[in-house]
Design a binder for this molecule. Structure first.
Ligand code: NAD
Length: 490
């Protein structure tokens, strides 16, 4: 057991864990904290508490306005504690402190946004086609939500689930990833401070096979909100065959960034570097496939190589560091294998492809592979690491074909100074997000989600609240005439 012990938060209390595991600091490879491993029994207690809170007590009877105020308070607390939460996230996942601080400060805005919307989400009145009947449509909370997040950006990925779910009046059991759960377990203290009644929000961590499986197949769970990889998503869909929970899936990507010769190449190069090397490439929207117009390929790759080799790799807690380690050893092993297979299949290493010699942590150098062909593993598979695969094109049509040549469809980027071309590409790319002459911008106001293997459903924006409700149609007879006997013929 390490010196730092984290706890699950169930029914408004922090539990003494019955089982634990150690969390490793990816910058040193050494265990630094002890985490609770939630069992099926813990999950059952959390779901039961969420179900009780949904049906009776202060949360069930709270007005939407009051729920909104709680969410705004939570947003303020997250922003005020962003520094401490960022240090924990950096320690537990290796994501650099510059990124965690900025991202967590912004997470507060997600809670404020959904807090503001909580009492602006309305039902409807239907101009019914029958005399003497009146129909209203109520929007009711869908029920207990099982929310499951991966290890990267856990506070952010939780906010896009908790915010709309709580605004809608649902109750939530949220599972932090077993990799890097510290910031989310610490966030539970803010939920408690904000004043959410017991059972409204339960936060735990544990392993997918036990804790995650029980959460997503539990008979009292009505809604599953999942972010993670496609193979886990398939397991979750099988789990929900048990409870038929309404499910949204935010999955991986192999996002293309298309750079035309007429683009501002300096600006595009900075965006490409940020798109793939920020968060050490461990971002669902990582722009991992560069499609570059052939006439500027050599010049552009030269710029990228210089920029990649200048990236400061080091201690993620140091504000001067520009790229940290990968979050897990497993992750680095996988990347090394796929890079080696891609080189063996004809890919040419432009830079990187090795460990940078930065001590004992799980570091991997910024890597660029001139892939040459679309069938290389580095072009097909999501690596979730700092590896950019490059393909070139001659025409706009060819660029579009390459951009859409993937089973994923999460994000994409287009760099051009031609407005018509930008519009055509934005219309024809099969992806849930298209960034034109920019990359990686996000906002609580804007829906986010993928096509194909990148997922099902959308998070963010106004409609997300609706996704945590279900409708109830209420038919009321407005005439005082008694209902005639149906067996008397008229
Ligand atoms: P993962 O799929 O391995 O794990 C995600 C979560 O699922 C973890 O909490 C894990 O414990 C849980 N889980 C595992 N098996 C389960 C099961 N059988 N039942 C229920 N839960 C189970 O993903 P990861 O490796 O932690 O994260 C990386 C993946 O997440 C990448 O594919 C990345 O693209 C994706 N991602 C997507 C988005 C998005 O918004 N689209 C954002 C971030 C990450």
């Amino acid at each position: 057991m390490t010196d730092a012990l984290f706890r699950n938060f169930i029914d408004g209390r922090f539990d003494e864990p019955s089982a634990t595991f150690d969390s490793v600091d990816p910058s040193t490879g050494a265990p630094w904290a002890t985490m609770p491993a939630a069992s099926e029994v813990d999950v059952d207690r959390a779901v039961a508490a969420a179900h009780r809170a949904l049906r009776s007590g202060p949360w069930a009877s709270m007005t939407a306005t009051a729920r909104g105020k709680l969410l705004v308070r939570l947003g303020d607390l997250v922003a005020a504690n962003a520094g401490r939460l960022a240090e924990l996230e950096t320690r537990d996942t290796g994501k650099i402190i510059r990124e965690t601080r900025a991202q967590i400060a912004y997470v507060g805005d997600y809670y404020r946004y959904y807090g503001g919307l909580a009492d602006k989400h309305e039902g409807a009145h239907v101009p019914i086609d029958k005399a003497d009947l009146d129909v209203t449509i109520r929007r009711e909370p869908i029920g207990v939500v099982a929310a499951i997040v991966p290890w990267n950006s856990q506070l952010f990925l939780s906010a896009v689930k908790l915010g709309p779910a709580l605004a809608a009046g649902c109750t939530v059991v949220l599972k932090a990833s077993e990799d890097g759960p510290a910031p989310l377990l610490a966030f539970a203290e803010l939920v408690s401070q904000a004043g959410f009644p017991p059972g409204a929000v339960n936060i735990l961590t544990g392993f997918g096979q036990e804790c995650g499986r029980r959460m997503t197949s539990h008979p009292l769970v009505a809604r599953v909100a999942f972010t993670g990889g496609p193979s886990t998503a398939r397991a979750i869909v099988r789990n929900t065959a048990e409870n038929l929970a309404y499910t949204t899936l935010e999955l991986g990507g192999k996002s293309p960034v298309v750079v035309f010769a007429d683009a501002d190449l300096d600006s595009a190069a900075n965006a490409v570097v940020a798109g793939i090397f920020a968060a050490t490439g461990q971002s669902c929207v990582a722009g991992s496939r560069l499609l570059i117009e052939r006439s500027v390929k050599d010049e552009f790759l030269g710029r990228l190589k210089r920029k990649a080799e200048a990236i400061r790799i080091g201690d993620p807690q140091d504000p001067a560091t520009e790229m940290g380690p990968l979050a897990t050893l497993r992750q680095r092993d996988r990347i090394e294998t796929i890079v080696a297979e891609s080189i063996a299949a004809g890919g040419v290493l432009v830079t990187g492809g090795m460990r940078p010699g930065t001590g004992t942590g799980f570091y991997y150098a910024p890597t660029i592979i001139d892939a040459g062909a679309s069938n290389l593993p580095c072009v097909r598979e999501e690596l979730f690491g700092p590896v950019l695969s490059v393909l070139s094109f001659g025409t706009e049509a060819e660029a579009l074909t390459l951009a859409n040549d993937t089973p994923f469809g999460l994000a994409s980027g287009v760099f051009t100074s031609n407005l018509g071309k930008a519009h055509r590409m934005a219309r024809d790319i099969h992806a849930g997000v298209v960034w034109v002459n920019t990359y990686r911008a996000v906002s609580p106001l804007v829906p986010f989600g993928g096509y194909g293997l990148s997922g099902l459903g959308r998070e963010g924006g106004l409609d997300a609240i609706r996704d945590y409700t279900r409708s109830k149609s209420v038919w009321i007879k407005t005439s005082d005439e008694p209902i005639p006997d149906p067996f008397v013929m008229r």
